[in-house]
Write a new protein. Structure first.
Lengths: 399, 399
């Protein structure tokens, strides 16, 4: 399976992946997923925006029981790695193969899911597929989102041959959700174990900073006559780094757009996006407010102005602690927090008992072509996921 | 004429101009220029890359004399103003109208010229049209330049219906070049005069700074584990501003490109262009070296790396001092320096006696939709240019 996925949406120069939702690489991946499921006799359902689920129903009787859902996503950040997302989908299918090899007969349905636009790399809203399915975001709100080229989400979805009017996946029959994911830090490396479970997702969000100044000639305009928003931005990027370091949190300006972006012109507008994460909702709000205040002060000195817009803010998500404890006991796995958002966080916030299985990442690097997991660790992850599914779908398992 | 030009390549939202070379707005402007010249009985010549010249030859005999060339450019920076370039072309045509009204008969040919890609906004090389004509840049070198979309210059020129094999304008018959231009500073405002002449162009150049780091997840990567080139860039932009202020020179980072430019990824690469200008060649070299040294030091602290490439460096240009003095005497005009590059600088460096006429800019703002000149000042500019052409093309004028 891994070999089939390897070339899809891959950049020849960087080796990274560009798997944007509702574009060609993703359509290819959706078809691949459907074919893999069908070849396993799983019944695939694709909803009106491209979310997919495939069910393995118990041979006799209990196919109407609430089921166990597992899976992840197939889209990537721009120039991302091979594992973030696909590892969870491939491992889910591999775990089903393993369970069948072991002769396991589920007492309730087991589903494999793929949610669209998990990364928010195209329309700026992370976990958009799961947000729409759980109602955390409404279609009326989402359809108006635009990508960098100004394309509306509704048009992108139609262009991909999908019809939102056909409805969204129902989670009514999902008793539990489990997402396997490559770890995006080095907690498991430090603990020297291949597999762990998640306790919580840090609160996190994206804020757009619009720094406005006055376009002017880069040669003839004296430095003291300028209103250069690039300077206000530059100080803000350094301030964000400093505040996050001091507080032991995270703050990143990784995306920027400049108008007119000409070598010989002082910019009129610099738009930059702050990605910030912290251990508590309060710490996050405090850090962002502090960065904004420092930016405002510098704007005053530069003669520029600043507007900050919260584009998406996700509160802290604590995964079901009883479920985590029950599953951790299976393999004596450690239970660790994560700073990354996941569809699992959205489903958990919607009241579905949810757990995450992490697979060790030797460098901790993620959202990069260098993202990696050793094959032995990936196989340990499949094994662990199969054990987890056994625990959740076995006959006589507690709800 | 001004009214005809006003809508071409204009952005409805900003009111600024996007007149990129070898694209539709510029083709329209080239056709407009040819029509204006033809309607005046001037013979228009367009060379193999789109430079244009139209000659008004003496009625009798002396059309083989070396001539006086005047003009400017019609391309703009991205989101630029209406005056930078077009004012010199429109004023040249208006000056010819005025000379004819006055009944002036030139003793040598007067030409009106338009050079392409003066701003370097598409292929990064300022004054490319005049550089090719004077041989300062060769076609073999230029044809390999690429724009932001990766299009080769040779292909862009062909796509515009031009054929470089048809040759370039010859400057053999140009005895003098005069370029009228809106002032891009506030020297004339401070002096309270509508028109001035140029003494020199400051040395200036463009340097590309490639800051390389390590792409990573913006949430899960601890601040201390990052190699974030955005931070190195941010400090460098602030250092450039500070050095230029301290030295009374100019340094600007107005253009930036980020890979992968995703909100939730630490960038792998930040490329930014430094535009720097100083009063002497030595001061310019010293300032750029200082900025580069500070950037290198910060790169060491950030765990990033830096490569600096000089994309174009123009040495100081002193316009012909005797010519400036002779012309300044006509209207008692002040003679002032400029920090902006112009085709006039390229022709002067190629050994052609060259002068520039500046028209007052009430705010000094340029390379911006807010660029402006009062109509009365523009008319004073046309008047001055007509006087200059009279002095240079009259019977018995010194060479």
């Amino acid at each position: 399976m891994w070999r089939d996925l390897s070339p899809v949406g891959r950049s020849a120069s960087s080796g990274g992946y560009f798997r944007q939702p509702w574009a060609s690489a993703e359509s290819e991946l959706r078809a691949w997923f459907a074919a893999e499921c069908t070849s396993r006799g799983l019944v695939v359902e694709t909803d009106g925006i491209g979310n997919q689920v495939a069910w393995w129903s118990p041979a006799s009787g209990r196919s109407e029981e609430p089921g166990v859902l597992t899976g992840s996503h197939l889209d990537s950040v721009l120039d991302g790695g091979a594992y973030d997302g696909p590892l969870g989908v491939v491992s889910a299918l591999a775990a089903i193969d393993l369970l069948r090899e072991r002769g396991f007969e589920p007492a309730r349905p087991i589903g494999v899911s793929v949610f669209v636009e998990e990364e928010g790399s195209r329309f700026g809203r992370a976990c958009l597929g799961s947000r729409l399915v759980t109602g955390a975001t409404t279609w009326d709100e989402a359809r108006e989102l635009r990508d960098r080229d100004g394309v509306f989400l509704a048009d992108a979805v139609s262009a991909a041959g999908l019809d939102p009017a056909q409805g969204l996946l129902s989670l009514d029959r999902v008793a539990t959700f489990v997402e396997l994911h490559v770890e995006q830090g080095r907690d498991l490396v430090d603990r020297d174990v291949a597999v762990g479970l998640a306790t919580e997702i840090w609160p996190h969000g994206r804020w757009r900073f619009d720094f406005a100044g006055q376009a002017n000639h880069a040669g003839t305009t004296r430095m003291e006559d300028r209103h250069d928003p690039m300077l206000t931005y530059a100080m803000t990027a350094l301030a964000a780094d400093k505040q996050a370091r001091l507080a032991g949190q995270r703050a990143t300006f990784g995306r920027i757009s400049v108008e007119p972006n000409g070598t010989n012109a002082v910019p009129s507008l610099v738009t930059a996006w702050l990605d910030a994460r912290a251990s508590t909702d309060e710490a996050l709000a405090e850090m962002v407010a502090l960065i904004e205040r420092q930016a405002d002060e510098r704007a005053g000195r530069d003669g520029t102005s600043l507007v900050v817009t919260a584009e998406s803010v996700s509160r802290s998500v604590a995964f079901d602690p009883d479920l985590a404890a029950r599953l951790a006991a299976i393999g004596d796995w450690p239970v660790i927090p994560t700073q990354a958002g996941h569809d699992a966080g959205i489903l958990s916030a919607a009241g579905i008992p949810t757990a995450m299985v992490f697979v060790r990442n030797p460098t901790g690097i993620s959202h990069s072509p260098d993202e990696h997991a050793e094959t032995a660790d990936c196989l340990a992850g499949v094994d662990a996921l199969a054990d987890v599914l056994t625990e959740l779908a076995r006959s006589g398992a507690p709800e």
